[in-house]
Design a protein around this ligand. Structure first.
Ligand SMILES: NC(=O)c1ccc[n+]([C@@H]2O[C@H](COP(=O)([O-])OP(=O)(O)OC[C@H]3O[C@@H](n4cnc5c(N)ncnc54)[C@H](OP(=O)(O)O)[C@@H]3O)[C@@H](O)[C@H]2O)c1
Length: 338
């Protein structure tokens, strides 16, 4: 009998998450029922939203239940199928969770999707051509809606969302400026992702200093901003916004472990008539096909070359996840499970 390796949420963090919040177990895989598909996961996606799910409190989604397999996106291959639309060997993407295998009820709409790996490597369906890519697309296209020639910025610029955002914004003729942690990440953002400039926020001790650097990188001000971090970074960007700037509020990772993130100068929202809009990408499934098509073609034509940090083996997932919350990842954080 094939065994499934799984990571459960064992207990909830008090403050910072730790490896002791998780538990590795082995369970036998039950025989397939009619309509079910057995998937062998090749990659697990680690994403910042998982930190929020570890808390008890209700957010935009229910908490991750204790004692159950951690939620997570996965790509892999079908090992066995009792559903007419899937056959052994199919490459598929789904929400298989932190485990080596999953048994999926393929009759549930959207539970499992076949993907084509001819031009796009399988792992990219968890990053640039998956949820993070669509997130960048939604915030840029539907909220910021930039005109060619406008200046747009993004924090966590070297990451899964930020890198896709850069390629999408360049394709629309924008000046694109990133903010990221460290020289290596900033060099990558400019030299490999093709941003016009990137500012290392770690070189600035406060938002006024960071804002000065932004003024140099954005001589015409900021028309649109995509926020992934919050705190000092957002404060600095707000100071440089033009009248009627749009800010897509995607994430506030600097506060995911519970640190308060006060806004220093909210009066700027009024003075600069800034439009803020928060969004959750899974609530906009209607844009996914169009977004995935553009992202797939950017990757397929080499205009977007996303970087990945790959941890090996399911047992490495907790540490890799904790590292992601501290910026130790470089690009999309994955766990290889084969
Ligand atoms: N709203 C939605 O539907 C949605 C969907 C997907 C993702 N998101 C959000 O989008 C953001 C980016 O996600 P991603 O998957 O692309 O992750 P990522 O950028 O690949 O990785 C996270 C990055 O955040 C930065 N970071 C971590 N802790 C930080 C801190 N305390 N202060 C400043 N920066 C910190 C680090 O980059 P540096 O080293 O550059 O600091 C780290 O590499 C997250 O906030 C996530 O929650 C939202």
């Amino acid at each position: 009998m094939t065994m499934n390796q799984q990571i459960l949420l064992d207990n909830r963090p008090a403050g910072e998450a730790t490896a002791a919040n998780f538990k590795l177990v082995q369970t036998p895989i039950a025989e397939l029922q009619e309509g079910q598909v057995l998937v062998r996961h090749h990659f697990l996606s680690l994403d910042p939203y998982m930190r929020g799910r570890m808390n008890e409190s209700k957010s935009y989604a229910d908490p991750q239940p204790l004692g159950e397999v951690m939620i997570g996106g996965t790509v892999g291959e079908v090992l066995e199928s009792r559903h007419p639309k899937f056959k052994a060997g199919d490459a598929v993407v789904g929400m298989g969770g932190w485990q080596t295998h999953s048994v999926v009820d393929a009759n549930v709409f959207g539970a499992l999707r076949k993907v084509d790996t001819t031009h796009v490597p399988l792992s990219h369906y968890l990053g640039a051509v998956g949820m993070p890519g669509v997130t960048a697309w939604y915030g840029l296209v539907k909220i910021i809606a930039p005109k060619a020639g406008e200046t747009v910025t993004v924090s966590a610029a070297s990451g899964a969302v930020g890198s896709a955002y850069g390629a999408l914004a360049k394709a629309r003729g924008c000046r694109v400026v990133g903010i990221a942690g460290g020289k290596d990440k900033c060099d990558y953002v400019v030299n490999e992702l093709g941003f016009d400039a990137c500012i290392d926020y770690k070189e600035h001790k406060d938002y006024l200093s960071l804002s000065k650097a932004l003024r140099q990188a954005c001589p015409n001000g900021i028309d649109g901003h995509f926020e992934n971090v919050g705190g000092m970074v957002l404060d600095a960007v707000m100071l440089r916004t033009n009248a009627f700037a749009r800010i897509a509020l995607c994430g506030m990772i600097a506060g995911y472990d519970g640190a308060p993130l006060p806004m220093t100068n909210p009066a700027l929202i009024l003075v600069n008539r800034i439009r803020f809009e928060g969004f959750i990408v899974s609530e906009h499934m209607e844009v996914w096909p169009e977004a995935l098509q553009e992202l797939g073609s950017l990757v397929g034509t080499g205009k977007l070359r996303p970087r990945e940090t790959v941890a090996q083996g399911l047992e490495a997932a907790p540490d890799a996840f904790l590292g992601l919350l501290k910026g130790k990842n470089f690009g999309k954080q994955l766990v290889k499970l084969i």
